[in-house]
Write a protein that binds this ligand. Structure first.
Ligand code: ZN
Length: 139
């Protein structure tokens, strides 16, 4: 079951330059910065009540974020839904006709397991499911 919107993923060219907007204009606090080697990105997380903003900066030209920036420029990259059962959520999405980018969840930022649905099967929104890495094994 989906429990909330966990975060919005926003593609940026530079974490340093863009975090000034979130900190100075919006007055949010950067919780942590983390590199995610599997996705070739550096991320910065800001708390917004129950949910988060995740800034994503590419660390290599092969990064999916580098490709996104080339095509679309900076902006909203994905919407992440927290789920209490990641494998079950993926199975349900696949059974209902969505195209999975990850059949098996991968390691994401913040000690979470994540998996994406292809935007061609989600009416244009790259969709992420995420769950704490330690909870996923119990399902
Ligand atoms: Zn994300």
């Amino acid at each position: 079951m989906i429990t909330k919107i966990d975060h919005l993923g926003i593609a940026v060219r530079s974490l340093e330059e863009s975090r000034a907007y979130y900190e100075t204009v919006l007055g949010l606090t950067c919780e942590h910065v983390e590199e995610v080697p599997s996705q070739h990105v550096r991320t910065a997380f800001f708390s917004v009540g129950e949910t988060h903003v995740e800034l994503l900066e590419p660390t290599s030209p092969e990064s999916p974020i580098a490709k996104f920036l080339e095509k679309n420029g900076e902006g909203i990259h994905h919407v992440a839904f927290a789920t209490d059962n990641l494998p079950g959520q993926l199975r349900q999405a696949a059974d209902a006709g969505a195209r999975l980018i990850h059949e098996v969840p991968i390691q994401g930022a913040g000690n979470k397991l994540v998996a994406f649905l292809h935007p061609k099967s989600t009416h244009g929104v790259l969709t992420e499911f995420c769950a704490p890495a330690d909870s996923a094994t119990t399902h």
